[in-house]
Design a protein around this ligand. Structure first.
Ligand SMILES: Cc1cc2nc3c(=O)[nH]c(=O)nc-3n(C[C@H](O)[C@H](O)[C@H](O)COP(=O)(O)O)c2cc1C
Length: 317
């Protein structure tokens, strides 16, 4: 079943602070085949944090949806997977073994897991055995540049029960600099029989088609390339069907942004809608003529209604 969900699909990447349920619904509607929650702390759940538990929530319309966990303790991660299945019933569980940020790796989680093969295997095994749904693993290519451990860790993931592996082929030390090494995706694809999801630097449909062709990956995962351009998923779907993609009109852009502002207000209240939508509107305006002044106005706004007004004016009627 899982290979069928994933084959040839375009998946929205987990982006902490960005891929909340409202944004995930936008991407699903525009063609993303699957979505993953932002990373959820297994330790946070262990300490019964309700704010942490909230991050697992999703709308039925988002399915297929995965809940992603980070942590370093096999038992806590297995318990987290079990808890997610009881509380929100996701379609799959994902383990974060790629996050490079200091506050995560200093606790031995995220890409720090790539330093301890035995522990990594134990975690994947514990999570896979804890739940009846597929468990997938998202890794980077290694801790240090050119000291790649992706093939080794993808094999361990497979042998420990993982249903698929996602690879973002950068090292922890690279953070988000330089470029991703797509040839590593091809190497992992050759080394394992479970589906491989390629990730990193896909910014348009041509990139996605190139990643499929060059690496043989089963699916592509897109994060930053969707920011301000969630139509990237529709564009990829059109390319896969061999059809020309008609970019959204100004009115379609305007409607999508305003709908998102309203959905944010409804879901999270005025304060978060106003704060959060500033960066999101800025992503949408990037590169358009006159964007600089409009962006400055958006950032100076004190209400989400004011942001709506600026967007409405910017795109005209
Ligand atoms: C703001 C931000 C937040 C991220 N949060 C997560 C996360 O919660 N879990 C995760 O596995 N990766 C996270 N990532 C990494 C992305 O999922 C993805 O692997 C990376 O951005 C490369 O893909 P892209 O070039 O398509 O963006 C994050 C990246 C960014 C930029």
């Amino acid at each position: 079943m899982f290979p069928d969900i994933i084959k040839n699909s375009a998946v929205l990447a987990p982006l902490a602070g960005v891929t909340d349920p409202v944004y995930r619904r936008v991407c699903r509607r525009l063609g993303a085949d699957a979505v993953v929650t932002e990373m959820v702390s297994a330790d946070g759940l262990h300490y019964k944090s309700e704010n942490t538990a909230k991050l697992m929530e999703f709308d039925e319309s988002e399915r297929p949806v995965g809940v992603q966990f980070f942590g370093s303790d096999p038992e806590r991660l297995a318990n987290a997977a079990r808890f997610a299945c009881e509380r929100v019933k996701p379609d799959f569980i994902d383990l974060n073994a790629g996050c490079p940020v200091a506050k995560v790796v200093k606790n031995g989680a995220g890409s720090a897991l790539l330093k301890d093969a035995a522990l990594f295997g134990k975690i994947v095994e514990a999570m896979s055995q804890a739940v009846a749904i597929p468990v997938t693993v998202k890794i980077r290519s290694g801790w240090n540049m050119y000291e790649w451990v992706d093939v080794e860790f993808a094999r361990i993931a497979q042998d420990s029960g993982a249903a698929a592996v996602t690879l973002h082929p950068r090292s922890q030390t690279m953070m988000f600099t330089g470029h991703s090494f797509w040839e590593r995706i091809a190497a992992v694809k050759e080394a394992v029989s479970i589906p491989v999801i390629g990730n990193g630097d896909v910014t348009n449909a041509a990139d996605a088609m190139k990643m499929f062709a060059e690496t043989g990956c089963d699916a592509v995962m897109i994060g930053r390339g969707s920011l301000g351009n969630p139509w990237i998923f529709a564009e990829i779907k059109a390319a896969q069907r061999g059809e020309a993609f008609i970019p959204p009109s100004s009115q379609e852009r305007k409607t999508l942004i305003i709908d998102q502002i309203r959905a944010f207000r409804e879901a999270y209240g005025e304060q978060r809608a106003c704060g959060d939508m500033k960066k999101r509107v800025a992503w949408h305006l990037k590169g358009l003529p006159g964007a600089g002044a409009a962006r400055a106005e958006v950032f100076a706004s004190s209400s989400s209604l004011k942001i709506e007004e600026i967007v409405d004016r910017f795109f005209g009627s």
